[in-house]
Design a binder for this molecule. Structure first.
Ligand SMILES: Cc1cc2nc3c(=O)[nH]c(=O)nc-3n(C[C@H](O)[C@H](O)[C@H](O)COP(=O)(O)OP(=O)(O)OC[C@H]3O[C@@H](n4cnc5c(N)ncnc54)[C@H](O)[C@@H]3O)c2cc1C
Length: 395
């Protein structure tokens, strides 16, 4: 093993996937996590097929599948429940070992990865270790902790989330915009499949004013609604507000018990670069997007796997350090070309305002679902296989 460990700031899903990939390559790693323990936040719940293939290679997919829900289908519906299109991920069985969407809370992934890693030689993790930045000394780095402690490493990966201290301290701009509306997630133990015939575990509802989506995760359905900027946080958090949103789902019903209520701002931002010398960014530290399509965490896992392939070669002296720019070209390239473009388009589709745009969306989806070959082509995009293929093409 190389003398200096790679330092990873952040023990979120992306930091721990990077750590597991490094350990698999025989490279020592030190993870610095600001929290007192591994995060228990539910947050992302969608895992796409190629991400599951990657997690399987790290030994983490089996536990996720056991603790999650296999979602074989995806639906687009109108507010009146009329089905616009239904897709079966089974058609992807020729290109993935996991031809479905797995619905599983992200804290289960971080827990599984931490359990897999904690006794491995070369792995160490420090909690309550808040990174404030890093210094690149040309042949090594130092991560700087709040309080001034410096920790030496070969490289520093900033996987410290959307507010990344590593990104900010490196002076890297986070370019993009914030949507005016916020997104409200209401989780309920009520089972919508009992009142909506044929409801898929992942269902997006298009409507010019009141679009939303329903996702089944273990134990609850997550219902996500956009909220206009002028509504106050206090009002949003009331039961009356929740009931008014629930009333959009099935006419005449609004009485579902709320288990969790989360309101969050939604951004479309990409770091101006994912590399400054020996300091690298991955996951939310490098890019954030709206949750329509479940691409944020998945893209972050794809970053971590891609980055470690290059980093391992550079550390072993099998490739020049410039190989790390290849990571930036590939992952930043597809983040912009695919993830940002697709998630913005997904929002536009659901909220289409004019009858022409609404008809265009319905027709495109109906056409894509009209035969297995077209559905296959469409689902390659939805499940992010196309973005990985495109990244592999970028020199
Ligand atoms: C409500 C919601 C729903 C979502 N749904 C989906 C979905 O279905 N599919 C999907 O793909 N994505 C989804 N996302 C996005 C997804 O949650 C993120 O993309 C994902 O968490 C990114 O992982 P990460 O490891 O890069 O960052 P994080 O999960 O934010 O982890 C960062 C880690 O770094 C630690 N940290 C922060 N600052 C420091 C510091 N200075 N020093 C040391 N440690 C630090 C944090 O404590 C944390 O443990 C959703 C997000 C939200 C908010």
């Amino acid at each position: 093993m190389a003398a200096d460990p790679v330092i990873v700031a952040g023990a979120g899903p992306v930091g721990l996937v990077a750590a597991a990939s490094l350990i698999r390559e025989g490279i020592p790693v030190t993870v610095l996590e600001s929290g007192p323990t591994i995060s228990q936040e539910m947050r992302a719940s969608t895992f796409h097929a190629p991400t599951l293939d990657m997690l399987d290679d790290l030994g983490a997919a089996k536990g996720m599948i056991e603790q999650g829900i296999i979602g074989p289908k995806l639906q687009y519906r109108q507010r009146d429940q009329k089905l616009i299109a239904e897709f079966d991920f089974g058609v992807l069985a020729d290109v993935t070992r996991h031809p479905y969407r797995l619905q599983c809370e992200q804290f289960k992934l971080t827990r599984i990865l931490h359990d897999l890693l904690k006794d491995k030689p070369g792995f160490s993790i420090a909690f309550n270790a808040q990174v404030s930045g890093g210094t690149d000394h040309g042949d090594h780095v130092e991560a700087v902790l709040e309080g001034g402690t410096r920790i030496r490493g070969s490289y520093l990966i900033g996987a410290d989330g959307a507010r990344s201290a590593v990104r900010k301290a490196s002076g890297i701009e986070f370019e993009g915009f914030t949507w005016p509306e916020r997104f409200l997630v209401l989780s309920t133990e009520f089972d919508f499949a009992t009142i909506i015939p044929g409801l898929a575990d992942v269902s997006y509802y298009a409507d010019p004013e009141e679009w939303f989506f329903l996702l089944r995760v273990p134990g609850v359905w997550r219902c996500m609604f956009p909220v206009a900027p002028e509504v106050s946080d206090e009002e949003i958090m009331t039961d009356a507000f929740a009931r008014a949103r629930f009333a959009r789902i099935v006419a005449g019903r609004d009485d579902y018990p709320v288990k969790h209520r989360t309101l969050y701002r939604v951004h479309q931002r990409v770091a101006e670069t994912f590399r400054k010398g020996r300091i690298l960014l991955a996951g939310d530290a490098a890019h954030i997007n709206n949750p329509l399509g479940g691409m944020g965490l998945n893209g972050g896992v794809h970053d971590a796997v891609n980055l470690v392939e290059k980093l391992a070669r550079a550390i072993r002296g099998e490739a020049p350090e410039a190989e790390l720019d290849h990571y930036v070209r590939q992952r930043r390239g597809v983040t912009i070309e695919h993830v940002q473009r697709q998630t913005i388009q997904n929002k536009k589709n659901l909220e289409a305002k004019t009858p022409e745009d609404q008809a265009d969306f319905r027709n495109r989806m109906a056409e894509a679902a009209s035969d297995p070959a077209k559905a296959h082509a469409y689902l390659l995009g939805v499940s992010m296989i196309n973005s990985l293929r495109r990244a592999a093409e970028i020199e």
